[in-house]
Design a protein around this ligand. Structure first.
Ligand code: FRU
Length: 507
């Protein structure tokens, strides 16, 4: 996934670190090359999604509800809006929606086993003590020691542990990694992104990995104390595409970011590979996971998903919304990467994964307009407009009838188009040309919930499936709503959404 970004990072690190400004947000210092005022007026920068005050972010890491607050960590580069020099950024929230930026949580230790980057991982409570388990990368002492080879880097990946005694703000790392190399005898395509859970009196760890020429795999380990680990066997294995590739993530021979958790009476495994998050659901008994359903978590710009339990015990999904514009553009913008909105996960009776926007997001709803099917619906639709690219819609269409929903500027510039024609494409929708299959099978009305936030659109279909799109167009006028065939429209609700900060720094 990150191969191109990583390659460029090596070449450009020197230039990018020459003259960063130090910018202060509360007690948090973020190295930054772009003045905050530029970010605050950038119409493409989301206003109600979480993203760092500046620079690059990727994967969500270790989200957790702890002592009355939600903590979100994420892969962060303090040197600019490009991948490299991975740190853990940190934000906290009372409600999963309003965020406060905290000081950086984890930085590479100079000369240490994670000197080249603190990669993705998780946070667990070990008898109440917050314990962070992550992947550290360092140069390999010998070529054989390298477990990450993506065509431009060669790194040794080790699994590391740190504990916090001040409410997840600062972390003390162990002197040594807890796993310094893959299991003896296994030649792997990668060795990273631990997902740890408690099982009876013991701990289990799932690690992202794979086998060259075969496919991605998740390695399963056990431990009595989170420090001493024994390899068991692969929790799951898959097939790659068979196409040669310098980066095994690009042909499915390496699975990144495993996430394994109970949901209802089954278990779900998420893995990230080839630019997608895939899910598998099935039974987990006697240490064996037997998946019998699978699919894609999101058909758009969405990667490296992680989950947590919210204060009510619901399983919440978070994902990294990557950029889809040329790197030169996001470097110039001074920010890159967005955290998705929280999504509540569930399984239907057949084991199909469903997701819906978390009700907490409703706290952001501002001015509301509702239009019901009827004589003057076309006239009322023409009066609708959304300001500042910040809106939520709930639109209901008749089942099995074609429809078109568009957002346009006053100059008729298209911003967003959602199209459905069941006669041509069955249960498949199109969002600005990207395909998106509805997971629901009912004959009930189709419910679409697009969330528009700057250059991010997250669209939920029937509160069961999702697609995330990036739209890099900044219209000069408020957007208007166009529904050419109002006959298929049952109702439309529009909420102007409130920003979560006054300056677009979102925290
Ligand atoms: C996924 C990933 C992880 C890794 C992290 C590094 O996007 O490649 O496998 O830990 O990003 O930033």
């Amino acid at each position: 996934m990150l191969v191109n970004l990583r390659r460029r990072f090596l070449g450009q690190l020197g230039a990018a670190t020459l003259s960063p400004l130090l910018w202060r947000n509360d007690s948090t210092w973020f190295l930054q090359a772009t003045p905050p005022s530029r970010l605050a007026t950038d119409p493409l920068r989301p206003q109600y999604h979480l993203l760092p005050p500046a620079n690059w972010m990727n994967d969500p890491n270790g989200p957790i509800w702890f002592n009355g607050r939600y903590h979100m960590f994420y892969q962060y580069n303090p040197h600019g809006a490009f991948w490299g020099s991975m740190h853990w950024g940190h934000a906290t929230s009372p409600d999963m929606v309003h965020w406060h930026h905290e000081p950086l949580a984890l930085t590479p230790t100079p000369g240490g086993y994670d000197r080249d980057g603190v990669f993705s991982g998780c946070v667990v409570l070990d008898r109440g003590v917050p314990t962070l388990i992550y992947t550290g990368v360092e140069p390999p002492a010998t070529p054989a020691e390298a477990t990450l080879r993506d065509g431009s880097h060669s790194w040794r990946e080790v699994q590391c542990l740190a504990v916090s005694h001040d409410g997840l703000r600062t972390w003390r790392k162990l002197g040594e990694p807890i796993l310094a190399s893959p299991p003896p005898g296994l030649v792997v395509t990668g060795f990273r992104d631990p997902c740890v859970w408690q099982e009876g009196k013991e701990w289990r760890m799932a690690l992202g990995s794979g086998f060259a020429g075969k496919g991605g795999a998740i390695l399963l380990y056990r431990s009595p104390d989170l420090r001493r680990w024994t390899y068991l066997y692969p929790l799951a294995e898959g097939k790659g595409t068979g196409q040669p590739s310098p980066n095994p993530v690009d042909n499915g021979e390496m699975w990144e970011c495993p996430e394994f958790f109970p949901l209802g009476d089954r278990h779900v495994l998420l893995i990230s590979t080839m630019g997608k998050v895939l899910w598998k659901s099935g039974t987990y008994a006697g240490g064996q996971f037997s998946p019998d359903r699978e699919g894609e978590v999101d058909s758009g710009a969405y990667y490296a998903a992680r989950t947590m339990l919210d204060r009510r015990g619901q399983r919440i999904l978070w994902g990294w919304i990557p950029e889809r514009r040329p790197e030169a553009e996001h470097r110039a913008a001074g920010w890159a990467g967005v955290m998705s909105l929280p999504r509540v996960l569930s399984l239907d009776s057949g084991g199909q994964l469903h997701m819906a926007p978390a009700p907490a997001i409703e706290a952001l709803r501002g001015e509301h307009t509702q239009i019901r099917a009827g004589i003057d619906s076309s006239r009322r639709l023409r009066t609708l407009q959304i300001r500042d690219l910040a809106a939520e819609f709930r639109i209901e269409f008749l089942p099995d009838s074609a429809f078109l929903f568009q957002l346009q500027s006053r100059q008729d510039d298209p911003f967003l188009e959602i199209a459905y024609n069941p006669a041509d494409t069955g249960r498949e929708l199109r969002l600005n040309g990207s395909r998106f299959a509805l997971a629901s099978t009912t004959q009930a009305p189709i419910v679409l919930r697009p969330f528009v936030d700057g250059s991010v659109v997250e669209l939920f279909g029937d509160n069961t499936s999702a697609i995330t799109e990036r739209v890099y167009r900044a219209p000069q006028t408020p957007l208007r709503v166009v529904v050419p065939r109002t006959k298929s429209l049952l109702s439309l609700d529009l909420w102007q959404m409130r920003p979560i900060s006054t300056d677009r720094l979102t925290g």
